[in-house]
Design a protein around this ligand. Structure first.
Ligand SMILES: Nc1ncnc2c1ncn2[C@@H]1O[C@H](COP(=O)(O)OP(=O)(O)OP(=O)(O)O)[C@@H](O)[C@H]1O
Length: 861
């Protein structure tokens, strides 16, 4: 099995670490205290729940639980192990994804079954810091531990299992002597008990004979008493019947006396009922009378309403007829007003437009009056033109003076630069005097021109100012002219429009006057017209129809009053109260009648029963006489039976006492027999104990002399030795063979020595070899033991193997580790020594950051 991956949560210094072992030689490197060994601890804990300290100490400080997960793999299976602190119940192992075990012990057992032995692995392929060679010294202990020989030795120690078993068997053998004595005693006890039982059985049988005789006598007597008892029962029954009959007869006679007058009461009640039923017949007439009276009241109410309506209608009709002419005038005036309405609206709108225009005209005239006056336009224009002429003239003069000045400046320049003695101005000869004179003259002329130009420019500026003022005045005058013209145009236009509107208003004036007259009249008669409309629906036809309805109602009222009169006559003096009273009495009388009739029925039944009872009394008295029962004879027989029963009870008691004694004797006998059997069985077992004791003594001798241990060790030694030589042959060493020599002592306490044979045939003790050779053989020995006991090897873990080694031995060790790859496919080396990286093909760097370890994986270059 190779280790694939390890995951730690809150384990020692690791908070959350996941590390893979991808290489064949995996080197875990880091400074002291970085958390390297904790990874190895993690592997060991995952496999066997085993680690350096107590479990609680493995939990990271400040945390409460830890979790370690390990993934292993070989060609056939992949294994996942999980261990949890503190709840070992959560441990689990999965093989090829299937849950195979839960809880700590089950998981450890499963791991062992996978070939990873809990004892062998830590003692061999887990090599602790600087611990490689210690295998030479501890080989005996390792072998003893692995082969559980220590346990075998414990068996033979005083207080061990074998001596204590021998002691136990010895005690039992000694105890058997007492059993023999007990057996004789118990056998004589048994015989005495058996004799006692026979005597008791004889006595019980004689008691039983006597009891059976008395039982026979008792049977006869009981039969006689039973016969007499039956007669007594019959006598009591008949006598009771006679008494019952007599008492029932007396009760019936008294009850019949109470019912003597029933027939008379029935006929009186029936007569009263007939009378009251006749009275109830008047209830119908009374109901009709009530209905008619109610109808009459309703009719009277309706007539009253109709009369009121008639009066109202009469007054409405009168009012309507008086207002009719006014209403007609109102309608006509309404039509006129409608017709004049259009020209009235037109008149109003034109008048308002006329007023608006008049206001606008007034406003425009006021605006015109407010426009300021100005100079004549032509005058300003003329003055402007003359100023512009003056400016032009001045500009021309300034420009001609500037040209002149330019010419003079040119001449001055040419005079200054002229060479060859020729005057550039006059083409004559040029000497210094001539040049000077000309220069002075020209300079003077230039100054004069500049003076003139200065003055001319001042005049020009003043003329330009004047021109600007004139232009502004002209522009303002033109603007005012425009405004005046616009305003006058508006005044003319408004005057024309007002004239036209005044004409139109005049045309509509007559219609407007008619409109005002019509409107005034309408207002005057409007209230009467409204009044007319409230009564407009009243008509003489409706009035007539109401009068007819009232006449018909009067007729109906008359008829109802007649009916009421007739009904009252039929009713006579009878009142509603009388009828109600009779109805109430009638129902109670009917109840009384039905009660009386049921009493009459009862009277008839009682008379019949009385006759039957007289017959019954006669029959019972006859039967009593023929029974011939004597109570004294029965009492005598009962006394005789009592005496007999007392005798029988004494006999039964004696018998029970004897039987109780018999049962107790039988139980005693049973117990004695059982004890006898047990003693006999124990005596039989003693021979077995004797044989077992003999065998155990032989075993103690064999183990005590270390014979079995020697056998086991020597067998194992041969196999380890062969494996060791195979392994070491793969290292670069020059030995022919290595031998393991075990000093045979009783309990294998002697040392184990190794010696090597050189090619020259010499034998050397291991102590004589070089350091490098010793390390190689120690590693080989570890792997050989592991291979012998576990078969194929999966991995080897070395924690700080180079510690305390000089550089020479370090190099040799690294070489041996590399060569070990031929024997074990995966090696994990924990180190802080950078030199070890030389043999690594996968590196796991561990560092401590704060309180936690961090892991980084690298593939070396
Ligand atoms: N329960 C714990 N919680 C947190 N840290 C712990 C716990 N137990 C031990 N440690 C710390 O873990 C650190 C790592 O220990 P570990 O033995 O793994 O280091 P290492 O890298 O192997 O060092 P060295 O090379 O010195 O052996 C130590 O500093 C130790 O103090």
């Amino acid at each position: 099995m190779r280790i694939e991956k390890l995951s730690l949560r809150d384990f020692l210094s690791h908070e959350r670490t996941e590390v893979t072992f991808k290489g064949d030689i995996n080197v875990i490197i880091g400074h002291n205290g970085a958390g390297k060994s904790s990874l190895v601890d993690g592997i060991l804990f995952a496999l066997f729940r085993d680690a350096r300290g107590k479990q609680e100490e493995l939990v990271k400080k400040g945390k409460t639980t830890s979790e370690v997960e390990l993934w292993l793999k070989d060609q056939l299976s992949s294994v996942y192990v999980k261990r949890v602190i503190p709840t070992s119940k959560s441990d689990q192992v999965l093989i090829n994804g299937r849950l195979e075990a839960r809880s700590a012990n089950e998981v450890t057992r499963k791991i062992e079954r996978l070939g990873l032995d809990e004892k062998v692995l830590p003692a061999t392929v887990f090599v602790k810091q600087g611990d490689i060679e210690s295998i030479f010294d501890s080989l005996t202990d390792v072998l003893k531990k692995i082969m559980k020989i220590t346990n075998l030795e414990k068996l033979t120690e005083s207080g061990g299992r074998i001596p204590s078993l021998i002691k136990e068997y010895d005690t039992r053998i000694k105890l058997s002597e007492r059993d023999r004595q007990d057996l004789n005693k118990i056998q004589s006890e048994r015989e005495q008990e058996e004799k006692k039982i026979t005597e008791l059985q004889e006595r019980i049988s004689s008691l039983k004979g006597e009891r059976s005789k008395l039982e026979e006598e008792k049977g006869k007597l009981e039969k006689e008493i039973e016969e007499l008892g039956k007669k007594k029962e019959m006598f009591i029954k008949l006598d009771q019947t006679r008494r019952n009959v007599i008492s029932e007869r007396e009760r019936i006679i008294s009850e019949l006396k109470d019912l003597e007058n029933v027939e008379r009461d029935i006929s009186e009640t029936q007569r009263e009922i007939e009378r009251l039923e006749a009275l109830r017949g008047k209830r119908e007439i009374l109901t009709q009378l009530e209905e008619k009276t109610e109808r009459k009241l309703e009719l009277e109410k309706s007539v009253k309403v109709y009369r009121q309506r008639k009066e109202k209608l009469e007054s409405d009709v009168k009012l309507k007829e008086s207002l009719e002419p006014v209403y007609r005038e109102y309608v006509r005036l309404k039509e006129d007003k409608e017709k004049l309405g259009k020209s009235h609206d037109m008149y109003l709108s034109l008048s308002s437009a006329l007023n608006e225009k008049r206001d606008a005209l007034k406003k425009e005239q006021r605006k015109l009056d407010l426009i300021p006056t100005h100079r004549d336009l032509e005058l300003i224009d003329k003055e402007l033109k003359s100023t512009e002429g003056e400016i032009t003239e001045l500009n021309e003069e300034i420009s001609s003076l500037a040209n002149e000045k330019k010419q003079l400046e040119k001449s001055v320049e040419s005079l200054k630069t002229a060479k060859g003695g020729k005057c550039p101005v006059c083409n004559g000869p040029l000497d210094d005097l001539h040049r000077r004179e000309l220069l002075e003259e020209y300079t003077q002329r230039i100054k004069d021109i500049e003076g003139k130009v200065y003055k001319l420019r001042a005049s020009l500026t003043s003329l330009q100012g004047k021109r600007e003022n004139l232009e502004k005045e002209l522009m303002e005058a033109k603007r005012l002219e425009d405004r005046k013209r616009d305003s006058m145009e508006n005044v003319n236009k408004l005057s024309t429009e007002i004239k036209s509107l005044e004409d139109k208003v005049e045309e509509l004036r007559r219609d407007e006057e008619s409109y005002i007259n019509v409107d005034r009249r309408l207002k005057e008669i409007e209230q009467k017209a409204v009044k007319y409309l409230t009564v407009a629906n009243a008509s003489r036809e409706e009035l007539e129809s109401i009068e007819m309805e009232i006449a018909s109602m009067d007729q109906r009222l008359f008829d109802i009053e007649n009916d009421i009169e007739n009904l009252r006559k039929q009713l006579g003096d009878v009142t509603a109260k009388d009828i109600e009273e009779s109805e109430r009495k009638l129902s109670s009388l009917k109840e009384r009648l039905s009660l009386l009739q049921s009493k009459l029925g009862r009277k008839r039944v009682l008379s019949d029963r009385l006759e039957t009872l007289e017959d019954e009394q006669r029959r019972v008295e006859g039967e009593l006489a023929s029974l011939n029962f004597n109570a004294q004879v029965l009492e005598r027989k009962n006394n005789e039976l009592k005496v007999l029963l007392a005798q029988l009870e004494t006999l039964s008691r004696d018998e029970a006492t004897e039987e109780g004694r018999l049962t107790s004797s039988m139980q005693n006998l049973e117990r004695i027999r059982k004890t006898e059997e047990e003693i006999k069985e124990r005596l039989l077992e003693v021979s077995k104990f004797e044989r077992a004791k003999e065998r155990l003594e032989r075993l103690r001798k064999v183990l005590g002399e270390g014979m079995l241990q020697s056998y086991l060790i020597s067998t194992l030694k041969g196999r380890i030795e062969n494996n060791l030589n195979d392994i070491v042959s793969m290292f670069n060493l020059s030995f022919v063979r290595i031998e393991i020599i075990i000093e045979q002592t009783r309990s294998l306490t002697g040392k184990v020595n190794l010696s090597v044979r050189t090619p020259a045939g010499q034998t050397l003790s291991i102590n004589m070899l070089s350091g490098g050779e010793r390390i190689a053989i120690a590693l080989g020995l570890r792997l050989a033991i592991a291979k012998t006991l576990m078969g194929e090897l999966g991995f080897m873990i070395l924690d700080e193997p180079t510690i305390h080694l000089d550089s020479q031995r370090r190099a040799e060790l690294l070489e041996v580790i590399r060569e070990s790859m031929n024997v074990v496919p995966q090696i994990i080396v924990v180190t802080h020594d950078e030199e070890v990286l030389r043999i690594a093909d996968f590196v796991i760097r561990v560092e401590k950051v704060g309180e936690s370890s961090r892991v980084k994986e690298e593939i070396p270059q």
